[in-house]
Design a binder for this molecule. Structure first.
Ligand SMILES: *[C@@H]1O[C@H](CO)[C@@H](O)[C@H](O)[C@H]1NC(C)=O
Ligand SMILES: *[C@@H]1O[C@H](CO)[C@@H](O)[C@H](O)[C@H]1NC(C)=O
Ligand SMILES: *[C@@H]1O[C@H](CO)[C@@H](O)[C@H](O)[C@H]1NC(C)=O
Ligand SMILES: *[C@@H]1O[C@H](CO)[C@@H](O)[C@H](O)[C@H]1NC(C)=O
Ligand SMILES: *[C@@H]1O[C@H](CO)[C@@H](O)[C@H](O)[C@H]1NC(C)=O
Ligand SMILES: *[C@@H]1O[C@H](CO)[C@@H](O)[C@H](O)[C@H]1NC(C)=O
Ligand SMILES: *[C@@H]1O[C@H](CO)[C@@H](O)[C@H](O)[C@H]1NC(C)=O
Ligand SMILES: CC(=O)N[C@H]1CO[C@H](CO)[C@@H](O)[C@@H]1O
Length: 645
């Protein structure tokens, strides 16, 4: 087999990039509107689990059929949900759109109902069965902030809107129409109309009639949307409609096939084939954006050893086979993969595709991959331009700390000496992230499941830097870092105020967990005052912390007193890190120093957040923060953890 010479190889990558970009449809998960009810949920303890369960059922149904209704629970805190993707979305795009809706929807909490309108899908939940409703008080149109058009556009657009609205009820609720603007060579109007599948033809028609009439009020603006109780409509002068037959899966295999064929053909023929394809693809591409970006990116990818081909990673993981799944993290699902050279890696398939800003994403990956420290998981590279964004990490044989810590039998593998090493290692890793001269990184999601263990059970911090790269997209952030309930610093939760001290707080919680083998707020539905932090604080003040220690620490009699002393010291440092007031918490390097130098006396910690010191009860202002805590627990897509197979 002949290896293509460098310029051809560059073209080859460019070709693949263009091909992938133009086949994969626009997932259209831009938020249009979030509409929340104004009545509060009744009882958090009942409502939250019902809500989460409903969203999970919808997720499964959406994946298989692009539509779903669900109901969990009865009475005032029962939850009814409906979600639907519009007719032109592929199943992959639909899943992405639903994920996005699911992240936005909890922002309505603690109100007991909300509708999320995105450009590609819809999600609504209520405490009653609303499935037959097709009009409601919030119904309205939203006009695009775009250019004004002439009378010809207005006429053609009206026709297209009426056509689509008339056709949809008979066609299963979905239709699109494209009408050429009269007197124009190249301009058209694109319209989509979609009713929820729970409506019968009469209701669907009634909804679309109202929606189309209202949306035409936007004319002659170039863009308008109708957000109705039972339907969604949109018109635009740009083509936002997807080709219905395309899907992520077929794209992936197309790329694989193309790659396979091309690499086995002689270099000259490749050159010709590429030339032809590029010209063709470029014409398609130019409409959407300049080719500059693509060329730049192709060059970067070509130059870099960080780049993995999508097809390589797809093959390495057996097409992301479930049997290779290691776990689910805040940012995506993790698979075990074996590269062609035999190297084992962990491949993280991100929930969100960064295709639209692949160059930026690549730069982030490049930056993160320069961070090297014995207590950080190595990022080996990415597939930044394929149909999905993938990250490649070193794989760690002993999974994550939580799998040991909170398991009574596996916990025995971690005696106190090992745990102390893990604590020190984690602290060193955090110091490196916080004080790195080139780029300062706040992890934001320090928790036991993000501390991975190598073959000698040494700590390696996972998932750092990612939150930073998602920063541009605020909505993604809320998924990704909506860290786990119980680990998040109060000032970050309540006000989004983010400094290194947020990591210090999480580290403090982690110390308590490591020492007790108990999970803070394990029971997400229980009151905050039942938390490990509260219990440990009570014991700390009474001088009875020993009662809480994990039996798996296996304290040996010969050094029992020394170990106990060391453990109490660590707990003390933990409480200094958990203090409510961020400025009182030590920096990570100070905390590390405290852990190492056990002779210098420690100051007395002030109380952890949310607790009235005298009564150990919630104070009133804290109720509000508790609601925020609960919200973040809903927003968490799942616990980040590596499951053993
Ligand atoms: C909420 O429901 C739980 C479980 O039924 C119950 O124990 C608790 O008292 C209720 N809380 C309120 C405030 O009604
Ligand atoms: C839904 O919640 C509202 C407000 O809390 C309540 O008035 C209503 O009775 C609830 N609906 C059902 C079906 O329980
Ligand atoms: C359609 O559904 C609406 C609302 O449930 C109902 O009132 C109406 O009778 C139904 N029409 C037909 C023809 O089934
Ligand atoms: C449209 O957007 C621009 C910039 O975002 C803003 O300045 C302008 O006021 C907007 N116009 C309307 C009609 O909303
Ligand atoms: C349509 O053609 C006109 C002139 O022929 C050009 O100015 C305009 O940019 C074109 N519009 C689109 C959407 O291609
Ligand atoms: C969570 O708390 C509820 C009520 O306090 C209890 O019924 C449930 O078993 C707990 N779940 C776990 C996992 O501890
Ligand atoms: C450990 O401390 C206890 C109480 O301070 C003391 O009675 C005991 O002798 C000590 N044990 C060892 C092995 O030093
Ligand atoms: C406790 C535990 O599972 N230890 C394992 C860590 O990984 C090494 C290398 O794979 C194994 O040999 C240990 O048994």
């Amino acid at each position: 087999m002949k290896k293509p010479v460098p310029p051809l190889f560059l073209l080859f990558i460019l070709f693949i990039t263009l091909l992938v970009d133009s086949i994969v449809a626009d997932p259209r998960y831009h938020r249009v509107e979030l509409r929340c009810k104004t009545t509060l949920e009744h009882n958090t303890t009942i409502f939250v689990p019902n809500y989460i369960a409903t969203m999970d059922i919808l997720a499964n149904k959406i994946r298989t059929s692009g539509f779903g209704v669900a109901n969990v629970g009865t009475g005032p805190d029962g939850v009814y949900g409906l979600s639907q993707c519009y007719g032109d979305l592929s199943s992959l795009d639909c899943t992405l759109c639903y994920s996005q809706a699911r992240i936005l929807s909890p922002k309505c909490y603690p109100y007991n109902g909300g509708s999320t309108y995105l450009d590609g899908c819809f999600l609504r939940y209520e405490n009653y069965s609303f499935f037959q409703e097709f009009t409601g008080p919030g119904d309205k149109s939203v006009c695009g902030n775009t250019s004004r058009k002439g009378p010809e556009f207005k006429n053609s657009a009206s026709k297209a809107v009426l056509d689509a609205a008339a056709a949809a009820p008979e066609k299963g609720g979905y239709s699109k129409s494209v009408v050429r603007v009269t007197g124009s060579k190249n301009e058209s109007v694109y319209v989509l109309a979609n009713c929820w599948r729970t409506l019968n033809i009469t209701s669907c028609r009634a909804c679309l009639d109202k929606a189309s009439a209202s949306m035409m009020g936007c004319l002659p603006l170039s863009e308008g949307r109708a957000l109705y109780t039972g339907c969604f409509m949109r018109y635009s002068d740009t083509n936002f409609l997807n080709e219905e037959q395309s899907s992520g899966q077929s794209t992936a295999s197309k790329v694989a096939i193309v790659a396979g064929i091309l690499s086995s053909v002689a270099a000259l023929i490749i050159g010709v084939a590429i030339g032809v394809h590029i010209r063709k693809q470029r014409r398609i591409q130019k409409k959407r954006r300049g080719t500059n970006d693509v060329v730049k990116m192709a060059k970067m990818l070509h130059d870099s050893s960080l780049n993995f081909k999508y097809s390589t990673l797809e093959k390495a993981t057996g097409s992301f086979d479930d049997s290779n799944k290691l776990g689910q993290g805040g940012f995506g699902t993790v698979y075990k993969g074996v590269l062609p050279d035999g190297r084992e890696v962990a491949v993280k398939r991100l929930f969100f595709n960064n295709r639209h800003r692949a160059a930026d994403f690549y730069n982030e990956v490049n930056m993160i991959s320069t961070l090297e420290h014995k207590n950080l998981v190595r990022l080996l590279g990415c597939s930044c331009s394929g149909p999905e964004s993938l990250l490649v990490y070193e794989i760690l044989p002993n999974t994550s700390l939580d799998r040991f810590l909170f398991d009574p039998s596996r916990g025995k593998a971690l005696n106190w000496e090992r745990r102390y090493e893990i604590i020190k290692g984690t602290a060193e890793g955090l110091v490196y992230l916080h004080e790195n001269p080139n780029v300062r990184i706040i992890h934001r999601d320090i928790k036991a499941s993000n501390i991975l263990l190598d073959s000698k059970l040494r700590a390696k911090i996972a998932d750092f830097g990612l939150a930073r790269s998602f920063q541009e997209d605020k909505s993604h952030i809320s998924t990704a870092i909506a860290g786990t309930l119980g680990y998040m610093a109060p000032e970050y939760l309540a006000h989004g105020q983010l400094t290194e001290k947020a990591d210090v707080y999480s580290f403090g919680v982690l110390l308590l967990e490591i020492v007790t083998g108990m999970q803070n707020n394990r029971n997400q539905t229980s009151e905050y005052s039942d938390s490990l932090v509260a219990a440990a604080w009570k014991h700390f003040q009474l001088g009875t912390v020993e009662n809480l220690l994990d039996p798996n620490l296996m304290l040996h009699s010969y050094n029992h007193n020394n170990s106990i002393e060391e453990i109490l010291w660590v707990v003390h440092v933990g409480f200094l890190c958990i203090q409510e007031e961020p400025s009182l918490r030590p920096s990570m390097s100070k905390a590390l120093q405290m852990l190492l130098k056990k002779e210098e006396p420690l100051s007395a910690p002030t109380n952890p957040p949310f607790m009235d010191v005298r009564t150990m009860e919630f104070s009133d202002t804290c109720k509000e923060q508790y609601h925020l805590l609960s919200t973040s627990s809903i927003a968490t897509v799942s616990h980040s953890s590596f499951n053993p197979r």
